[in-house]
Design a protein around this ligand. Sequence first.
Ligand SMILES: Nc1nc2c(ncn2[C@@H]2O[C@H](COP(=O)(O)OP(=O)(O)OP(=O)(O)O)[C@@H](O)[C@H]2O)c(=O)[nH]1
Ligand SMILES: [Mg+2]
Length: 440
Amino acid sequence: MKTTTHSIDHELERAVLMSLVTPQQKREQSYSAEYSLAELVSLAETAGVEVLTTLSQNKEKIDSKWFVGKGKAAELKELIDEYGANTAIFDQELSGAQVRNLEEFLDVKIIDRTQLILDIFAQRAKTREGIIQVELAQLSYLLPRLSGQGKNLSRLGGGIGTRGPGESKLETDRRHIRDRIDELKQQLFEFVKHRNLHRERRKKTGVFQVAIVGYTNAGKSTLLRQMTDADVYVENQLFATLDPTSRMLKLPGGKEIVLTDTVGFIQNLPHDLVAAFRATLEEVCEADLILHVVDSSADMMETQMHVVKQVLTELNAHGKDQITLFNKIDQCTPEQMQMLSTEGDFLRMSAYNEIDLALVCELIEARLMGDSKKFRIPVEKGDMISLMYRIGEVLENEVEGNDMVFQVRIDKQEYEKISHLLTSYATDQSLDKGENELYV
Ligand SMILES: Nc1nc2c(ncn2[C@@H]2O[C@H](COP(=O)(O)OP(=O)(O)OP(=O)(O)O)[C@@H](O)[C@H]2O)c(=O)[nH]1
Ligand SMILES: [Mg+2]
């Protein structure tokens, strides 16, 4: 059975957008209601909706029946009539009962932020896995709201052959949806198995995995495309990318890595969506290094960075090695440039600047391959000399008297593994020559 939820009719939607601000939200959220509403406008436009006007309300707490206050609902109704709207879109998630009450009172289609995002994802999903993930997220969203769907229930299918004796329509719909969710989860599981196998194989070959993450529209796909000539979709719109794309990239030292572009994040990313996309996002969890691409020219740049950190935490990937790429500096104001953080590894760049792209490669290489260290080895120690070629990348080697001196790029783990071999021959002379120079 194929079940669809409330889908947006892209030709006809003419909407008034509504946001509610409570003191609790102000405390818990790092972004302002204005920003959130402005983003809702972009989301609605991305979904193909014509946005007529917006309305917001400050209220002590959410109204369980109407979501907004009764008076505000009446004001909304006036606006809807005035503009001839056929849809109201709410910036927060609504309960089933609130949808039903608002739908009855306003007599227009009611959509909430989560549904809007799910709808955009549904439009974008191209691969089999993407389509399954979106349907799973939609049904998980719908299931607890079924009782509130009122007249919309008819959209869920059912009919002859679907009803059990004495069973209500609602129960049949619930059962269908649960069955379908199980079926989708099983199908996703097969994809995950396949992906895990693939990843294990890549791990065995010792190829490093680097994941590109960031807020939607930050320039992730542009970066992948510019660095690898990958034919990925780049567009100035929200959620241009849904399915992860991986490409091999050769670093300056010759080492090959796999670079993966992922779905963009957004504030209040629906929980069902994160859950459904967990398998795809595992690429991020399994990566050796994360490149966090930031749109430095975005008004809410810091908020966007914060949201990305939150999602990474939700995915349990926040402790991973990271490089922050402050992208789009070509369109930054001097004030915006000053705002950029200088914490940790970072680069100010433009994905369209060749020199910056080379710097990104160098940064990745330095992070993955570690620092270069100097080793001084007496020429008769042939086994140690051959070890130099196994532990990392030999950048230089020359003979000095009775020693061979190697400059080797080596990562931390490898260095720790061989550290017990290193200091036994160290002399005062080696320490004089700098702390990286060690006798073996
Ligand atoms: N000026 C400027 N524009 C950029 C830069 N990098 C990316 N863009 C533009 O930013 C827009 C979004 O780029 P994408 O690469 O699609 O962004 P994304 O992060 O993959 O976005 P989603 O897939 O939607 O999450 C496009 O119009 C790009 O051309 C940059 O360094 N400078
Ligand atoms: Mg993209």
